[in-house]
Design a protein around this ligand. Structure first.
Ligand SMILES: NC(=O)c1ccc[n+]([C@@H]2O[C@H](COP(=O)([O-])OP(=O)(O)OC[C@H]3O[C@@H](n4cnc5c(N)ncnc54)[C@H](O)[C@@H]3O)[C@@H](O)[C@H]2O)c1
Length: 291
C-alpha cells in the first residue's frame, strides 16, 4: 500500500515531530488536536524545528517551505477522509485513545491503516476499539522524533502482515531504523528505560542523592547523555507515570510500583518541560533543581 497522506491525532511533542518528519519525506499531513490553538502552537513548534534543521544545514530552505506547505490543520475528523494512514499520538491514557478510535473510524476509508504511538498500552486492546484490528499497528517513535533513529513496531494479535509491511516501508522511507517488539506492556525500550527512571525518582525520594547528584552520577558514571531526572522531565512526568502504571498493572509485579514522589509531582501539575516545572524549574531559562 502506498502511503502518501498521513493523519496525526494529537499535536503535542510527539505528534508535531511525526508530522515534521512525514512532511519532510514528501507526505501530505493532516494534524489534529482538541483545539485550533493547540494545532497552531504545534505548527509554530514545527516551524522552529525545521528552521533549526536549516541552520544545521541538514535541509535547505526550499525543503523547509515545501514541508510546511504539506502540513494542514484538521480539527474535524472529516479531514482524515482521504488519509492512507492515521497515527494517534494523543495523551498516554487508554480511555482517551479508545474514544478517539471509536469516533475516528467512521471518518476513514475502509482500507486506511491506523496506528498508535503509545509508549506502553496493549496494541491488541487498543485495536479492539477500532473497526479494523487487522489494519491496526503500534508505531512507536522516540522523542525527539526528528533526531531519534529508532522506531519500535508492535503487532497486535490480529494485525495483518500487509499492515506490518506497510509500516516497515514507511519507517524506511523516513530514513529510520525499526525494531520489532511483541505486544507486552511498554514493549522493549520503555520496559527497560522507565523502571530505571522510576528507580532514580525513588533514589531522590529516599534522600540517597539530590536531583543534581543523581543526574550527574548517571551522566558521568554510566555515560548516559542525559541524567534520568532530566530525561523524565523531557519525556513528561504524566507519560512516565502512565507507563509505570501500565507496567505495574500489566505485569502485576511490585517492582514496577510508581514512586509516590512521581505521583505527587503529576498531581501538582509539575509535568516537566512541557509545564516549565518538574524535577527542574525551567521558568528562568536556566534549569534549577526543585529538590
Ligand atoms: N514524550 C515522549 O518521550 C514519548 C515518546 C514516545 C511515545 N510517546 C507517546 O506519544 C503520545 C503523545 O505523547 P506526547 O509526549 O506528545 O504528549 P503531549 O502531552 O506533549 O501531547 C499530547 C497531545 O494530545 C492531545 N490530545 C489529548 N486528547 C486528545 C484528543 N481527544 N484528540 C486529539 N488530541 C488530543 C493534547 O491536547 C496534547 O496536545 C503518548 O501516547 C506517549 O506515550 C511519548
Amino acid at each position: 500500500m502506498n502511503i502518501n497522506k498521513i493523519g496525526v491525532v494529537g499535536a503535542g511533542q510527539m505528534g508535531s515531530g511525526i508530522a515534521q518528519v512525514c512532511a519532510l519525506a514528501g507526505m501530505d499531513v493532516v494534524l489534529n488536536d482538541i483545539s485550533e490553538e493547540r494545532v497552531t502552537a504545534a505548527l509554530s513548534v514545527i516551524g522552529s524545528g525545521l528552521a533549526k534543521q536549516v541552520e544545521r544545514q541538514q535541509i535547505d530552505e526550499a525543503a523547509r517551505d515545501a514541508a510546511l506547505a504539506r502540513i494542514h490543520p484538521g480539527i474535524d475528523y472529516e479531514a482524515f477522509r482521504d488519509c492512507d494512514l492515521v497515527i494517534e499520538a494523543a495523551s498516554e491514557n487508554e480511555e482517551v485513545k479508545r474514544r478517539i478510535f471509536t469516533k475516528l473510524c467512521a471518518s476513514l476509508r475502509p482500507e486506511a491503516l491506523l496506528a498508535t504511538n503509545t509508549s506502553s498500552i496493549s496494541i491488541t486492546r487498543l485495536a479492539s476499539a477500532t473497526d479494523r484490528p487487522e489494519r491496526f499497528i503500534g508505531i512507536h517513535f522516540m522523542n525527539p522524533v526528528p533526531r531519534m533513529q529508532l522506531v519500535e513496531l508492535i503487532r497486535g494479535i490480529v494485525t495483518e502482515n500487509e499492515t506490518f509491511e506497510a509500516a516497515k516501508e514507511l519507517i524506511t522511507r523516513l530514513g529510520k531504523t525499526f525494531t520489532v517488539s511483541e505486544d507486552f506492556p511498554a514493549f522493549i525500550v520503555n520496559r527497560i528505560l522507565l523502571p530505571m527512571i522510576n528507580e532514580a525518582i525513588y533514589t531522590l525520594y529516599e534522600g540517597v542523592g539530590s536531583v543534581e547528584a543523581i543526574d550527574t552520577a548517571m551522566r558521568l558514571g554510566a555515560n548516559h547523555p542525559m541524567g534520568p531526572l532530566q530525561l523524565a522531565d523531557f519525556i513528561g512526568l504524566d507519560t512516565v507515570l502512565s507507563v509505570m502504571q501500565v507496567l505495574h498493572e500489566g505485569l502485576a509485579d511490585t517492582k514496577y510500583r510508581p514512586c509516590p514522589l512521581l505521583v505527587k509531582y503529576v498531581e501538582a501539575g509539575w509535568l516537566g518541560r512541557k509545564t516549565q516545572r518538574g524535577f527542574y524549574d525551567y521558568r528562568s531559562g536556566t534549569p534549577i533543581p526543585t529538590r
